[in-house]
Design a protein. Structure first.
Ligand code: 5GP
Length: 189
């Protein structure tokens, strides 16, 4: 089996996490690459499941050790990175890697793995819709929500560089479309 990766990028609150969870559940030959981050865990998050949470110092040590395929400082002094060990582990299991990444990291992975990687951008209907979703889910502080919204405009400007752009107007429909696209890519059609 060819070693493949599927990259998902989107502004915060666009529905990316729900779509990824749906695909992981429906397609047993996919596995999530658990990133490392220096961000603090949210209330419902678990170390080693959602992320490998660590201090900025530990993250920087891993950078020095060349432990990352890619990493980005997504927010000021908040680092996120894809570990070589994660991707290798998933491929050794004979599975396709699913990645949740910021736009820069996503395009970097695409440029490394080329036709073995599929990059998908999830587009929210509007910035206003994002604001509503972020406020409603109440996972972040108001300051962090504002920071995420500001970043959204920058991220949206990257959409067209992705292999596929999915506009998420209706979550169930978007999940189905993503399922079809990902299944075809894994099947090699
Ligand atoms: P959050 O704090 O909401 O979990 O994630 C913030 C941003 O970091 C999201 O855009 C998410 O996709 C991105 N991110 C998560 N893991 C990685 C990673 O390993 N590399 C990069 N470049 N971005 C990541």
């Amino acid at each position: 089996m060819e070693a493949k990766l599927i990259i998902f990028s989107a502004p915060s609150g666009a529905g990316k996490t729900s779509i990824i969870k749906y695909l992981l559940d429906k397609i047993s030959s996919t596995e999530f690459s658990i990133s490392a981050t220096s961000r603090k865990p949210r209330q419902n998050e678990k170390n080693g499941i959602d992320y490998h949470f660590m201090s900025v110092d530990s993250f920087k040590k891993k950078i020095k050790n060349n432990d990352f395929i890619e990493f980005e400082e997504v927010y000021a002094n908040v680092f996120y990175g894809t570990l070589n060990s994660e991707v290798d582990r998933i491929w050794q299991n004979g599975k396709t890697v699913l990645l949740d990444m910021d736009v820069k990291g996503g395009l970097k992975i695409k440029s490394i793995f080329k036709e073995n990687a599929l990059s998908i951008f999830i587009k929210p209907p509007s910035i206003k819709a994002l604001d509503k979703r972020l406020t409603k889910r109440a996972l972040d502080t108001q300051k962090s929500i504002q920071e995420r919204l500001k970043k959204s405009e920058f991220e949206l400007s990257y959409a067209e560089k992705f292999d596929i752009v999915l506009e998420n107007n209706d979550l169930d429909k978007t999940k189905n479309t993503a399922f079809r696209i990902v299944s075809e890519f894994i099947g090699g059609k």
